[in-house]
Write a protein that binds this ligand. Sequence first.
Ligand SMILES: [Ca+2]
Ligand SMILES: [Ca+2]
Ligand SMILES: [Ca+2]
Length: 339
Amino acid sequence: MLSLAALLSAGCTALREEAPGPGGGTSSPLVTKAVNTTKDADPHSVLVKLSSAAGLEAVAGIPGVKSLSPIFPSPPGNGDLEERFGLNLWHEAVLEEGVALEELASSVAGLPCVARIEFNTAARRPEELSDPVPVYDVPATRAGEDEFKIFNDPQFSNQWHYINVGDKNISENAYAGGDISVKDVWKNITCGDSSIIVAVVDEGVKYTHPDLAAAMWTNSGEIPDNGIDDDGNGYVDDVHGYNFVSDGAVSWTAKDDTGHGTHTAGTIAAVNNNGIGVVGVAGGSGKGDGVRIMSCIIFGDEDDRDGVIHQLKQSGVSVRKPEEGTEPHVYYVGKFGKA
Ligand SMILES: [Ca+2]
Ligand SMILES: [Ca+2]
Ligand SMILES: [Ca+2]
């Protein structure tokens, strides 16, 4: 068995991949394996997902790789969970001084034992990005009356970004289809799934909001507001999520909280068809079948993101921060396509 592992490792080092590209040609392994680009990425490190743990040695052998460390170190007793989500296969490769990031990433991606490459980008407020997300001058218009009948939420008619039929009575510039084309998904596929938990990694979510309360993920093992980690998962009073800035329960009243977490949660999972407020993309059909929201606060008073933590494994959500003394980052590792 050991010799087989050694053979696989050696083969991994020797072989380079060429992946089929569009039109029958080939495209570079980096193109096919990278889940993002170097934009706003840390130039000194890259995240690597192995196909199997046996590939670690081959990655370490790539010239320019200074060190490799697991992104999600496994506390005792959590090994099964790590493997279940494939978190044990993710490693952070730190580059030697002066090594070009993309060049090294290409070499690593060329190893057959490497399944995915993720450049080490951070979660930032939009205004902190080097190239802020553009806002296009697209007229807001309303959907037609018939379309409103999908859900009974009073503000649905104003959510033109869901369904836009180009009603010229609203705006001469209105055009049909200027929306996210979600109607057919709602009608033919799904309106949500209450077994799915979506982590809103942002400011706090107002979990008492009448259009969000029923959509919140709830930790049934935690007693709120008693200052005790009742379920022993390492987080005190984590009933609807956790405040990674101040280490405590979720709140939305911090002086720097702009309401963005609540807004985002509403877009994701405001309860649909409840006769209240708005509609969420995955807010269900009115039968309690919308996705659940977990509030993970990483922005707050004084933007002290040093408090951001690591892993919410009990739900399959993983968040981590780098070493002390470096700029606080939050990284996400999920399921990427055919991984
Ligand atoms: Ca707890
Ligand atoms: Ca508690
Ligand atoms: Ca609603």
